[in-house]
Write a protein that binds this ligand. Structure first.
Ligand code: SP5
Ligand code: ZN
Length: 350
């Protein structure tokens, strides 16, 4: 299966995540790119660099104000007093301008970037620094280039996207995600002539961003299997089974939350159920949000999925027989990360 990557995806280096008020070592690190690249190259997949694409498809996924904020934030922060004041060279908000603060009042755009950031970022783990925008935008180019290959006749293509994307919402970012690469791929498949597309998300966490982008729409289905937010896991407030879409999109969203400790068999059964759903709904194109953080060794999830099950999930989703863009999401255990991705691609392509 062709692999698309970009060296610029290494340029995002947040160093830390602020987790319960403490700067901890980041998990979504640039070395993830090289771990995956080494494994897929070793497995014999042809590797190509992403081509630069215009912003039109991206602009259908995210609000222009958020895109402008992300593109300019690192430089605005650098020009401000922050590095001297707090020793923090990365953008991190100090308040969140949510309804909890503004409670139905008319609100204005904040002038100070340390306040404005709280209009777009919804957690303290997803910092913006030099190279963040360039890397996130390059990841979008990976997704678009992989989609081009599929529209040109490849049965499937893999986009080595990093930073990941499925927690990025229409006007917000968080969960180590900035731009929603999978949503961009889905929109690009739609623009390429696929009337009905499905995004199937097997990352350990529900992709609240992708879910939000398509919740009201019938033309892009979203199905996810993930660790139960009701057991205290990210994204905490969404991803429950009774969230099935709204308005024109009623019935076009499926969430399959699984309890902590779930291993291969129930996880694969859930993946199989989503595959059957995609077929039953008559989709002509598929995007797979491939997070491998459901694996047993991963520090971010209590699901206990093996590499063999990731291979089997690839066989199930590849077996649907639809042209597919496989987009990288999470997966943080560097020693096993590449092998898990290669196992999935082996199954999907086989
Ligand atoms: C794309 C993706 O998999 N995003 C992960 C979002 C979940 N992150 C939750 C983080 C919870 C805190 N983890 C402690 C990290 C200590 N450095
Ligand atoms: Zn995840």
């Amino acid at each position: 299966m062709p692999v698309v990557w970009s060296p610029a995806t290494r340029d995002h280096d947040p160093r830390n995540e602020v987790w319960v008020g403490v700067a901890t070592t980041g998990t979504e690190v640039a070395a993830r790119v090289d771990a995956i690249l080494a494994a897929v190259t070793g497995a014999g997949h042809p590797v190509t660099e992403a081509a630069t694409h215009p912003d039109d498809v991206l602009a259908r996924v995210h609000e222009p104000s958020m895109l402008t904020f992300l593109a300019e934030a690192a430089e605005r922060w650098r020009q401000g007093p922050y590095a001297d004041l707090v020793g923090q060279t990365r953008v991190v908000p100090y308040l969140f301008t949510t309804p909890a603060m503004t409670a139905g009042l008319p609100t204005r755009k904040a002038v100070a970037i340390h306040a404005e950031a709280g209009s777009y970022v919804y957690d303290t783990m997803t910092l913006v620094g030099p190279g963040t925008w360039e890397a996130a935008r390059a990841a979008v180019d990976c997704a678009l280039t992989a989609t081009d290959l599929v529209l040109a006749g490849e049965r499937a293509a893999y986009a080595l996207c990093r930073p990941p994307g499925h927690h990025a919402t229409p006007a917000g970012f968080g969960g180590s995600c900035y731009l929603n690469n999978a949503a961009v791929a889905a929109e690009a498949l739609r623009a390429g002539g696929h009337d009905r597309v499905a995004v199937i998300d097997i990352d350990a966490h529900q992709g609240n961003g992708t879910a939000a982008i398509f919740y009201d729409r019938a033309d892009v289905l979203y199905g996810s299997v993930h660790v139960d937010p009701g057991a205290g896991w990210f994204p905490h407030v969404v991803g429950y089974a009774d969230e099935t879409g709204a308005r024109a999109g009623a019935g076009a969203t499926r969430n399959v939350p699984l309890p902590e400790g779930t291993g291969d068999a129930p996880w694969l059964e859930a993946v199989g159920g989503l595959a059957d759903w995609v077929v039953a709904e008559g989709c002509s194109g598929l995007v797979v949000s491939l997070g491998v953080d459901a694996a047993a060794d991963d520090p971010e999830s209590p699901l206990l999925v093996t590499a063999d099950a990731y291979r089997a999930a690839g066989t199930v989703l590849g077996g649907v027989g639809l042209p597919a863009v496989v987009v990288q999401e999470g997966g943080y255990h560097l020693p096993t990360l590449g092998g898990l991705v290669a196992a999935y691609l082996d199954g999907h392509g086989g």
